[in-house]
Design a protein around this ligand. Structure first.
Ligand SMILES: CC(C)(COP(=O)(O)OP(=O)(O)OC[C@H]1O[C@@H](n2cnc3c(N)ncnc32)[C@H](O)[C@@H]1OP(=O)(O)O)[C@@H](O)C(=O)NCCC(=O)NCCSC(=O)CCC(=O)c1ccccc1C(=O)O
Length: 265
């Protein structure tokens, strides 16, 4: 596949997938999500690969979720039926990251916000640079991830903290993220890739069958969230076709405060 939005590399048993849209802080559009799925599936299919690193290009951001400039009232910029009607195959991407029988390490090199935050939450492990910033943004921009983004997040940080993260849309430092169990390790930004590659190589040296079965065992306990995620994305498609959702997107793009009051009923 000829990749435009993603850089895909393989070395010493480790696949590295880099979201490459630094001009929009690595926000994803339909093509980005398609290319991410393709890359993860290639790594899955390649018996020489034992671990995957997911990161973002540049020093500012890991990923900031859906590209707001590509969102219309009928969803993001893919018009097909894939993706539950939201125009982005986010649900399939989440499924692929969880299903690939090889650990996925998120190397968070800056902002992990919104749908970008959900991506690192779903990854098996997270290593953050000391300047990384974490948080959800959906309620500020007329969106939500009521699947893995909320239900699985609450398993990691607890119900109260997950509700705080979604309801307030505050930003959290790498240290705060580590304290709430969202991050496995923090390193200086210059050492991030070295640290991720070091952990990946340690995993690659282990029994692949043991690693695969452990990943599936960890997944089994939260597998029911897949069904919730399908419902969530279906409801999101309907919500996107509303003035309320459009107000959030437009305010972000116009760099002005939101006015959601008229939608309270
Ligand atoms: C990340 C920020 C907090 C950084 O703020 P700041 O340092 O002030 O930089 P900015 O000037 O804001 O940004 C620099 C530059 O990047 C552009 N940009 C950043 N993020 C996006 C984006 N998501 N879409 C489009 N463009 C983006 C920004 O416009 C600037 O460009 P200029 O040309 O220089 O003006 C801040 O940028 C920020 O808050 N970004 C938005 C984050 C966001 O709202 N993401 C979507 C959230 S939706 C969600 O959380 C729930 C939904 C969800 O998870 C989901 C589920 C299913 C499908 C899709 C999604 C989804 O994520 O949408």
């Amino acid at each position: 596949m000829d990749l435009q939005d993603v850089i895909y590399e393989k070395m010493d048993g480790v696949a590295k997938i880099t979201i490459n849209r630094p001009e929009v802080y690595n926000a994803f559009r339909a093509l980005t999500v398609k290319e991410l799925i393709w890359s993860f599936r290639d790594a899955w299919d390649d018996n020489a690969i034992g671990a995957v690193i997911l990161t973002g290009a540049g020093e500012k951001a890991f990923c900031t979720g859906g590209d707001q400039s590509k969102k219309s009232n009928s969803g993001y910029d893919s018009s097909g039926g894939l993706g539950g009607g939201i125009g982005l195959e986010v649900e399939a991407l989440h499924h692929t990251i969880r299903s690939i029988p090889k650990p996925v390490i998120a190397a968070v090199n800056g902002f992990a916000i919104g749908g970008g935050h959900v991506l690192h939450v779903i990854c098996d492990l997270t290593i953050a640079s000391d300047n990384a910033v974490f948080g959800q943004a959906g309620p500020k921009v007329g969106s939500y991830d009521a699947g893995f983004g909320s239900a699985y997040l609450s398993r990691i940080v607890g119900e109260k903290k997950a509700r705080e993260i979604w309801y307030l849309c505050e930003k959290y430092s790498a240290q705060e993220a580590k304290e709430m169990g969202l991050v496995n390790k923090i390193v200086p930004q210059a050492e991030l890739m070295e640290a991720a590659e070091d952990w990946a190589r340690k995993i690659v040296a282990k029994s692949p069958t043991a690693i695969k079965m452990l990943k599936y065992s960890f997944n089994a306990d939260s597998a029911n969230i897949e069904g919730i995620s399908q419902l969530a994305m279906g409801s999101l498609a309907m919500f996107y076709n509303s003035e309320e959702s459009a107000e959030g997107r437009d305010a972000f793009l116009e760099k002005r405060p939101t006015d959601f009051n008229k939608f309270r009923k």
